[in-house]
Design a protein around this ligand. Sequence first.
Ligand code: MOS
Length: 766
Amino acid sequence: MAADGEGGMDAGALEIDAHLGRAHTRVEGPDKVTGRALYSSDLTGPETGTAHAALVTSTVARGRITGFDLAAAERVPGLLGIFTHRDFAGAVAPVKHLMAGGFANSSHRPLDSDVVAYAGQIVALVVAETLEAAAAAAGAVRVSYAEEPAAGGFDAPGAETLRLADLKPHHADIERGDAESGLADAAVRVEARYATPAQHHNPIELFTTRAAWDGDRLTVHEPTRYVGAVQHGLAAQLGLDPAQVRVVAGLIGGHFGSKFALSQHTALVALAARRLGRPVSLVPSRRNCFTIANYRPESRHRIRLGADRTGRFTALVHEAETVTSRFDPFVMEGAEVTASLYACPNIRTEERAVRVDRNTPGPMRAPPEVPFLFALESAVDEMAAALNMDPIALRRLNDTAVDPVTGKPFSTRPLMACFDAGARAFGWSRRAPRPGTMRDGPWRVGLGCAASVRPVKIAAATMRVRLGPDGAAEVACAHHEIGNGITTLLALGAADGLGVAVERVTVRLGDTDLPPAGISGGSSTTTSLMNALALGCGQLRAVLAQAATGQGGRLAGQDPASLRLAGGRLVAPDGTGIALSEAVGPEGVATVAEFVPEGSDRETALRGLRGGHIGLALGGAGKAVSWGFGAQFAEVRVHAETGEIRVARLTGAFAAGRILNPLTAKSQLMGGMIWGLGSALLEETVLDGATYRNPDLAEYLVPTAADAPEVEALLVPDPDDQVDALGLKGLGELGIIGMNAAIANAVHHATGRRIRSLPIRLEDMA
Ligand code: MOS
């Protein structure tokens, strides 16, 4: 059902199976690769009258601004304005964090006062006729500070550790059975500490904002993944009616967790545009992007895992702490997933947040599973080694059809099917059981594996579906094309649901003038939007069927519910039919579907959506536990003399419900797997006190084409009739999860060395 080339949507949802389920290239691909595609940063030509902004950011991590020396900056030709807290104090009203009922990715307000809360905070916005002049003037601004001591990370003096349960009202640590006696009774125990570093998003497209006023109406172009939150957040910040604010995201050049809701710089650009009476565009530097946006916080874990002599888990304790800012309740929570992964009678989790003087962290592809499963899946591998057992066999022994914490059934549980498919494709059977025994010339060879799991998320979304008299269709909503291929899925889905050719479908996204649809996040885009589209196409067909079967209609007297779509015609059971183009009439028809996930309160969900709030529900409607699954495999080679670590092959097998486009699905998964390689071996934001020391792509390492090995992503069938009406799970994040552990486990297998702190470096092999 979910395998390549099979199946489309069910009747009554999206009727035909001509397009969905089959590989299709991206409909917006040609524009992207020929340069015709325009991004927010491109809207700055001279004909637009746009002025250019640049940022001055704090060089100290905490304290107060005592003065500005602007003399040199003011001599830069083309300078239009330098805005500091002296200009903008009080101009931006406070807005809460998105996860606390507000709209912002950080509730911190730069340029509101002389207070510096973290290094890299915006302290001035400089605007000039050209980007070069703005950058030159920003570079010439001298700021003096009264510096105060800052806590940069774990263990720093002044860092404040809180139990998550005390910080976030909804968080509850897990306690099932008696973990301590479960550990005491265990025949074998693994007790270990793991650590993952801070990491920063580096999408190709920077965190741009362009603001233009037309009277008291504001239009913002920004590559955000939630135009609705930016609209409502800006309105609240600037004292406007949301109807006065239009936010356009257009195409988005990557985000994967960044570009998260309302940013601190957006209102400042809008204020500058208002003061100067012309559009202002800020294209921040790569260096700026390390501090004006969010990042994956560093994490530390202590895992204690007990097993009986046969390998059955008797107890699991997962204690974790992650860094957050002083001023926001955002914390990366993750032990809920690790606690529920394997059968175990005694489970305890404890999560803590450590408040430091840095900006608020945020989601980064597969928060929190990337760091949390690194810890658990490393510990499971350590347990397999301690038991002298194959790591896959150990996972099979502890596989479970019910969530051990809640007792609810998984809607499907293809974890071991993923391991089986992956192991076959990868050649796991060639793995020598004993670590350090496989060699290829000077290279020590290691094979490792780990699980990938992620709870399915789904959100309310509205979707406008239109069919014109010429047979052209349009689907539109205020969601976003982040590069994941949703434009293509919507075009394929509308083609199936309305019986038109893909080329006759126009997809419009990324604009608050369109019907609202929530955040592109949590791998919820496909689940939410395709269910909304199915609803919209169904509504539109029902309207047409009513008209065609009504008095004077071509199919008068037929039961409207009996009509089916076939070959672009509405066909009755007796074979009579009418072409859709004829059924729509000269005006065409349009409908707006309001999709609300099963189990969510309709009024609340739609109100939240219209108000720009976040509203992600879990798949499975609260009755079943619905996760996407995967098994990651890595072959690493560690040079016996130099310690150089190379990844030779990656194989991943994934089960994520019905697959709508195997081509874009595999692209997503492969991209994630390569990012997982980066997370294991390369990516780390280096902290010096509370300051980032490698904020550029020369020193912040991500995998290049030369680092990327042979990568194979397999799709495992996963028919799930409980997760949502269409059996969709989403897989935007599944591909990265577990890969860091698979590589660390492979390094152990190659060398006998267990590295518990990422990234794994050559010096760890010494
Ligand atoms: Mo994800 S980085 O939770 O959209």
